[in-house]
Write a protein that binds this ligand. Structure first.
Ligand code: BV8
Ligand code: ZN
Length: 262
C-alpha cells in the first residue's frame, strides 16, 4: 500500500529514527558497507567493543580516528537538512539517531537523541573521566592506520571514543526518551537503518504497537507486513525532500549546514 503524505501533514508528533544510511550521501560508510584497509578482516561488532579495544587499542583507536576524519570532511546532505526543516513544519518532532556523527546537529536539528553516543565525545577507558577538549586528529588519521590512543591526564589510562560499544548499555535517560516518543508519536520516519541492532531497532515496532504508522526510507526497505507500515524506496537525500514537497505542511526554509566542530 502506498504511503499517503497527508499522514505526515496530519501528524501531531513525528519520530524520526535514523541509522547510517542517512549519512551515506555525505560519503560516510554504513556498517553494511564492507570494512576496508586495516580493518577489512574484522567485523564491526569486534572493533566496536571493549574487548576489541582491550585486545588492540591502536587498531580500534585508528579506526575511530579514520572515521572522525571522514566526519570532519563530510557535510550534512539533503536528508539531514530535510529532517531539520521538517521539525519546523510539524507540531512536534523527536529525532532519535543510532549514528555517532554530528551531521544532524550541523544540519540544524536541535536536541538529537544519540542512542549510541557521539564519536567526538572522548573519555578515559580506565577511570571514565570525560576529556575536556578534543584530542587533535593524529597525522594521517584519514588514511587509516593503527594509532596509539592518547593517555588520560589523571590516570594515564587510554582514551576511548564516547560511543556505546556492543555489549555496553545505552544511555538510560536517552533510551527512555526515545521509547516514550515511540509510545506517543503518530508517525515514525525510519531513515537509513537495517534495523539489526538492539535495543534501538525495537523503536519502530514499539510505535506500531502503540498505534503509530511507520515509513521506512531506504533503497532496500525491509517490511514486516504490518498494515500501518510503509516503504518509500530510495535514497534518503532524494526521498525526504520530495516527501516534504508532497506533504501539504508549512514551508519553513531549508536550513544552512553549520561547519564541523574542530
Ligand atoms: C546491549 C556505536 C546489553 C559504535 C553501535 C551477542 C553478544 C553481545 C551482544 C548481543 C548479542 N546479540 C545481540 C546483542 C545485542 C547487541 C546487538 O544488537 N547485536 C547485533 C549485532 C545483533 N546490542 C548491544 O550490544 C547493545 N547493548 O545490548 O547491551 C547490556 C544489557 C545490560 C547491561 C549491559 C549490557 C549496544 C549496541 C550498540 C552498538 N554500537 N554504534 C560505533 O558506531 O562504532 S551499533 C552501530 O551499528 C550503529 O550505531 C547502528 O546501530 C548499527 C548499524 O546499523 P545501521 O545504522 O542500520 O546501519 P547499517 O549499515 O546496518 O544499515 C544501513 C542501512 O541504510 C541499510 O538498510 C541500507 O540499505 C540503508 N542505506 C544505504 N544508503 C542509504 C540508505 N538508506 C537511505 N538512504 C541512503 N542513501
Ligand atoms: Zn583516567
Amino acid at each position: 500500500m502506498h504511503f499517503d503524505p497527508n499522514v505526515l501533514a496530519k501528524a501531531r508528533h513525528v519520530l524520526v529514527f535514523t541509522g547510517a544510511g542517512v549519512s551515506a550521501e555525505s560519503g560516510i560508510a554504513t556498517f553494511r558497507d564492507k570494512l576496508v584497509g586495516l580493518w577489512e578482516r574484522f567485523d564491526p561488532t569486534q572493533l566496536a567493543s571493549a574487548d576489541g579495544f582491550r585486545a588492540d587499542p591502536a587498531l580500534v583507536w585508528g579506526w575511530y580516528e579514520m572515521r572522525r576524519a571522514g566526519i570532519l570532511q563530510a557535510r550534512p546532505n539533503p536528508a539531514h537538512l530535510a529532517i531539520a526543516a521538517l521539525a519546523k513544519r510539524v507540531p512536534r518532532l523527536t529525532l532519535v539517531t543510532q549514528n555517532v556523527d554530528d551531521l544532524h546537529e550541523r544540519a540544524g536539528s536541535p536536541d538529537v537523541l544519540h542512542l549510541h553516543g557521539r564519536l567526538d565525545a572522548f573519555r578515559c577507558f580506565s577511570c571514565d573521566r570525560p576529556v575536556g577538549s578534543l584530542p587533535a586528529l593524529a597525522e594521517g588519521a584519514g588514511a587509516g592506520r593503527r594509532i596509539e590512543p592518547p593517555r588520560c591526564v589523571y590516570c594515564a589510562g587510554p582514551l576511548r571514543p564516547g560511543v556505546v560499544w556492543f555489549g555496553e548499555s545505552l544511555p538510560a535517560h536517552t533510551l527512555e526518551r526515545a521509547f516514550a516518543a515511540a509510545e506517543d508519536c503518530d508517525l515514525v520516519l525510519s531513515v537509513g537503518t537495517s534495523g539489526l541492532v538492539q535495543p534501538a531497532a525495537s523503536i519502530p515496532r514499539l510505535a506500531l504497537a502503540a498505534g503509530a504508522s511507520v515509513v521506512h526510507v531506504n533503497p532496500q526497505p525491509a517490511l514486516t507486513g504490518h498494515p500501518r507500515e510503509f516503504a518509500l524506496a530510495g535514497k534518503a537525500g532524494e526521498v525526504l525532500p520530495a516527501l516534504l514537497q508532497a506533504a501539504p505542511i508549512g514551508s519553513a526554509p531549508m536550513p544552512r549546514p553549520a561547519p564541523a566542530r574542530r
